[in-house]
Design a protein. Sequence first.
Length: 280
Amino acid sequence: MARGRQHRRTHGVMAVAGVVCCLGLGAAGCARSDAVAQGPPAGDPVQVLRTAADALVEAGSSRTRTSLEMATGGTRVTILGKGVYDYRKRLGRLEVRLPQDPAGAADRRPITELLAPGALYMKNRGAGVPADKWVRVDTATLSDGNLVTGGATDPFAAAEVLRGTSSAAFVGRTEVAGARVRHYRGTADLEAASQAASEVNRGPLGAAAKGFATARVPFDVYLDDEGRIRKIRHRFSFVNGERREPVAVASTTLLYGFGAPADVRLPADEDIYTGRIAQE
């Protein structure tokens, strides 16, 4: 009997020890798993970012918010926009709000912008344009490739700038608008981006490479677990036509609501203004 009790006690101790050991191994395993999750992701950052635009095409569409900041005449100006974008059709619609007039005039009406392959359409443009008419701009003629001119950066063009990534590093993991993301920081070359971009962005990015003060574009970008861009911030530099001094512009594009409807209809020819636009 004593031998049986001793055997049962020994067996019980061994069982408890086994459970503790398993818990310890489990905790260690979790710690290792968490360390892997917090560590750098697999893959060369440069190669990962060069293909980030492809994940947007696969997603189809998204909602977007944009911010364009620049300092001019000693004043910092911020232009805000929001809308939707279809990455497969390369069509987008934004409502862009200009800052209040420095003279204290009432807030300006938002400008409606339609982004299309090779073209930018603007409504409520002002400058003598009738309120019910659109202004069409050929983006191939813009020295910045419409990365700045419209007061917002075309979301897909912003993504395709990354095709010219020349250097990049993984910064860490964080969150953007509630989504877990991987933060990368690097530099892209607009000339290289234009050569690797889709056909619709080849010309505009090539124009930007020649029109900006430098073709090198520093950026910060945040990718979710599916490789989609959730946030991207570019720092462009272009030459002021009057002073011939470089002007720094920070463009931030936030992408969310993937799969959202993005029904964008371009204006008919008779709705496009063909008269002269006054200088503002």
